[in-house]
Design a protein around this ligand. Sequence first.
Ligand code: ADP
Ligand code: MG
Length: 265
Amino acid sequence: MEQLKVEARGVWKSFGTTPVLKNVSVSLAPGEVLGLIGPSGAGKSTFLRCINHLEVIDRGYIAVDGELIGYRVGADRRLYVLPNKQLSAQRARVGMVFQHFNLFRHMSVIENIMFAPVQVKKMSRADASARATQLLKRVGLEDKANAYPAELSGGQQQRVAIARALAMDPTLLLLDEPTSALDPELSAEVASVIRALAEEGRSMLVAAHDLNLIRDVSQRVIFMVGGEIIEQGTVRQVLDQPTHQRTIQFFATMATGRRNSQDQG
Ligand code: ADP
Ligand code: MG
């Protein structure tokens, strides 16, 4: 059997006494793009953060490339939390892109992209710079290498953030609302970069409100509410022929929301 890129089984997570993920199981095959949708508070971001061990799960397990995230199994078959060094190594293999870009404001675009390869991978500055230049070209920003984040549009900043994530050669990319802070026009620029990555066969989990983005880039979609997976299937099944009342309701609310406001959803 082909090894899964991500295998999450029976994941539970609470904040205090409030359960936020309830028995979530997700599989991602290599090269697959999975869209995560659901109303605000559904647990999408928390789930992505658990994959990176930025949140510690209460029950279940998550493996990336067949390797348990955050733990090792001892000879006594109990789980032991990995030492920080190994946690960092695991994190370095998973790229993350956030809604608000989170670029280093005081560094130029190219320095942003070179930072982790130089600091974490100990890559030479010359190699890191050559690679960053390539990546900038790939996201259509080769002329912005020396600009500062504040000088860029939101869409450009997000494309830099994607290039920065790719610079670490991640085995998996997690994108959390990558277009939610952007106007439709700038969203389209970012979506086209994500679509190109999908076409190259990059494994990605994309959480988004933006159903156009989800439709554009995903092969499969999961719909979550209140920490539970309600429905999952192909894009066609979930977005075009949802069977669950809650999914149907969610799409109806989204459509009304779009009609009632000019916002980017
Ligand atoms: P989504 O991304 O689908 O909007 P989140 O994963 O951000 O959902 O949030 C799921 C639930 O967990 C929400 O009710 C949110 O308030 C809660 N939550 C998220 N992070 C924390 C935290 N660090 N501490 C307490 N509650 C949190
Ligand atoms: Mg979120």
